[in-house]
Design a protein around this ligand. Structure first.
Ligand SMILES: N[C@@H](CCC(=O)N[C@@H](CS)C(=O)NCC(=O)O)C(=O)O
Length: 290
């Protein structure tokens, strides 16, 4: 068993590693029932670009990557189409992705004119002043549209609901070296949100964790899969995750190592709520893009 001083030394090593590492949110992975339908919707309604496509017939699936900029600098969505599966259950835990735009009213009009669905008209967020709207994609995934001046990263949030916000904040700080960028309690609407990430929330993609007062459990469904985070060393990053899971919950799913076939080094784990994260070696990821 680790003595007290060994444990605190391990914690210090982890903090040092997070400081040295260059972690970055790479993409969110989820399943869709018709790849062409989603690509059309995201390019026409949201203005995303199709960045790459990869068919893996041996495993009977196709991936498409879309986003607002190249994957070596920007966040992307990685859509997965499993041959023959046209419907998924999104569950109650997944919240939304978000798109920042300098004119949400115009964006919402554009979405409607292209046949897209606006489920919440543009206007100030309840309990605040930022202009938001919500759009729903053909599979039922929600996209919050957020009014914000020009930004290098329009694909700006992945929102997930959690059962204990303080536990989640500690977990993402310790396991992944994320910073708590902002926390906002909205008692009138009985929820608290925390923005976590690696740079300012108006310049990069952040994880938005939402706690609804009194709600500790959500269903995960089978549609949303995970976020991928780049790191300079999956082995060292996995050690940090391992320590965090021992203290706060969650579990390593895949020990760090190269993926058979493509040799990209990865590790994966679930957080205390069961949300999955994949760590991907930064250098291997750039090679995949070539
Ligand atoms: N109960 C909400 C809490 C989170 C929330 O309300 N978020 C704000 C955006 S930060 C929102 O969706 N507001 C809806 C509105 O203003 O119409 C949930 O779980 O989604």
């Amino acid at each position: 068993m680790a003595t007290g001083s060994e444990a605190s030394k391990a914690a210090e090593t982890v903090v040092d590693w997070h400081k040295q590492d260059s972690k970055r949110m790479l993409h969110a992975v989820y399943r869709v029932g018709d790849l062409d339908r989603t690509i059309k919707y995201y390019t026409e309604c949201f203005g995303m670009k199709l960045l790459r496509k990869r068919d893996v017939p041996d495993e009977k699936y196709t991936n498409a990557f879309l986003g607002f900029g190249p994957e070596n600098t920007n966040f992307a969505v990685e859509l997965t189409y499993n041959y023959g599966v046209d419907k998924y259950d999104i569950g109650t835990g997944f919240g939304h992705f978000a798109i920042a735009n300098d004119d949400v009213y115009k964006l919402a009009e554009n979405i409607k004119s292209k046949g897209g669905k606006i489920t919440r008209e543009p206007g100030p967020v309840k309990g605040g002043s930022t202009v938001i709207a919500f759009a729903q994609d053909p599979d039922g995934y929600m996209f919050e549209l957020i009014q914000r001046a020009d930004t290098p990263e329009p694909l700006c949030q992945v929102m997930l609901r959690v059962g204990d916000l303080e536990r989640s904040i500690k977990f993402y700080e310790k396991a992944l070296g994320m910073k708590l960028l902002r926390k906002k309690d909205v008692p009138d609407y009985k929820y608290t949100i925390a923005m976590l990430g690696y740079a300012d929330e108006d310049k990069t993609t952040v994880l938005e964790l939402t706690y609804n007062y009194g709600v500790t459990e959500y269903s995960k469904g089978n549609a949303y899969a995970q976020v991928a985070i780049g790191t300079n060393d999956v082995y060292k990053s996995a050690e940090a995750v391992d320590l965090a899971t021992k203290e706060l919950g969650g579990k390593i799913l895949r020990q760090p190592g190269p993926l058979p076939g493509i040799n990209t080094k990865i590790a994966s784990f679930v957080d205390p709520d069961g949300w999955k994260v994949v760590l991907v070696d930064n250098t291997d990821f750039l090679k995949e893009l070539q």
